[in-house]
Design a protein around this ligand. Sequence first.
Ligand code: ATP
Length: 143
Amino acid sequence: MNRKEISAGGVVYRQKDGQLQIQLIQDRYGKTSLAKGKMEAGETVEETALREIWEETGIVGKIISPVDIIAYQYNHPEYGVVDKEVHYYLVEAGEGTLKPQIEEINGVDWYEPQEAWKKQLQGGYSNNDIILQKALELLKIDV
Ligand code: ATP
């Protein structure tokens, strides 16, 4: 039996001077991605998503709706093949200023939707395409 891992995170957005912006992180593997992290005992997936967004990026978010779940496998040096599931939510940014947790991620920033989509296509994991696409759809944004 492969090891299983469940993580949760979000497509975080904010309004800045009347312009919608999307949060993207640079993960510790050098790829464009979304804030997320592993579930802890006693947490709901929504709680995990908001805790990880807060810990990794310094932003206090509010869940707006589920987006989707992605699944992938990766090879862990100790545990071997891991079956991973990541639950993503659309999350509105509340208080807090961007403060990347450098132990976990390489960086975090805000991007206008068009720019975020381009960055995702160029440097993101392809299974996150659908996540960003669905989130933009929920926000009624065409890219
Ligand atoms: P977390 O605690 O945030 O879930 P982690 O660093 O323990 O993070 P992953 O982000 O899943 O775990 O990274 C483990 C491996 O999977 C790395 O090699 C990474 O590049 C790869 N990976 C990360 N995200 C994806 C994805 N969406 N699709 C495919 N592989 C991914």
